[in-house]
Design a protein. Structure first.
Length: 258
């Protein structure tokens, strides 16, 4: 895992946006995996700015979102479909996007079809991930199988509380979600994980330096051959080897790009 510590969320998001821009330049028809939540907001803004400046063209790209709340229609303002329209698709045209349908009549069947659609698209080339405060990725809460596939999960109290500010009251946060599995995520050819702020510091350390364990689903990314973790100073605060990561990044030979 490559660990890059940037001064703040803006600088880290700029680096992530540059990785996506390069991916799209090298393969315009890339299959991109996308995340929601507060963490990727500056990243999506930057992608929009790059598109407006003519530096980035995603019009041939296909996207797959990680997750969606069960029971929220795409028209609900807190659905991830609404989030993606507002924060990305209104700013940037893509060829095709996919978001799990939280209103599907047969959820297990819908989850299997989502996996099949990823396979049919050729697999995910580059996956964006946000890290949950409890070490989740997608909505794979602690205890998730590290080989799991797209399926229904039940959110923990902590994740419900974390997401409650976006809803009128905590009681309105759906407890069930559809999420790509850890196994699905591990099959992406490359992953970029973002984590910002002190409240993510322990999850960052557990993910990158702790044991690989289902209790920290993001720790499975230690087994991924091409995973970049981009953090700000506050989120890097609990990393034991942060000075080494800093040195490695600052002294990277030109041929060894991110
Ligand atoms: C959402 C997702 C989640 C979030 C995580 C962090 O698509 O994948 O794993 O990235 O819950 O959420 P924020 O960014 O709101 O702290």
């Amino acid at each position: 895992m490559e660990i890059i510590i940037k001064r703040d969320a803006e600088e880290a998001s700029l680096e992530a946006a540059a990785i996506f821009r390069r991916q799209l330049r090298e393969k315009p028809e890339s299959v991109l995996g996308l995340a929601t939540g507060s963490t990727p907001l500056p990243f999506y803004r930057l992608l929009g700015e790059m598109a407006r400046a003519g530096e980035l063209d995603a019009s041939h790209a296909v996207t797959f979102n990680l997750d969606e709340y069960v029971g929220l229609p795409a028209s609900h303002p807190q659905s991830y479909a609404a989030y993606m329209r507002e924060h990305l698709f209104n700013r940037l045209a893509v060829a095709r996007w996919h978001i799990p349908d939280g209103m599907a009549a047969d959820l297990p069947r819908h989850c299997a079809a989502y996996e099949a659609a990823i396979r049919a698209a050729g697999g995910i080339d580059l996956q964006l991930l946000g890290l949950g405060g409890d070490g989740h990725i997608g909505f794979n809460e602690p205890g998730s199988s590290l080989g799991s596939r797209t399926r229904i999960k039940t959110l923990t109290e902590r994740t419900v509380a974390d997401n409650a500010p976006h809803f009128a009251s905590p009681a309105e946060v759906p407890r069930h979600v559809i999420t790509m599995g850890v196994g699905t995520i591990l099959e992406a050819r490359a992953c970029v994980v973002l984590a910002f702020g002190e409240r993510k510091a322990h999850a960052v350390a557990a993910m990158a330096e702790g044991p690989v364990t289902a209790l920290v689903p993001a720790s499975a990314l230690q087994m991924h051959p091409a995973c970049t973790l981009l953090v700000d100073e506050a989120a890097a605060g609990a990393l034991q080897r942060r000075e080494y990561y800093r040195w490695v990044y600052e002294n990277k030979p030109a041929w060894q790009r991110v």
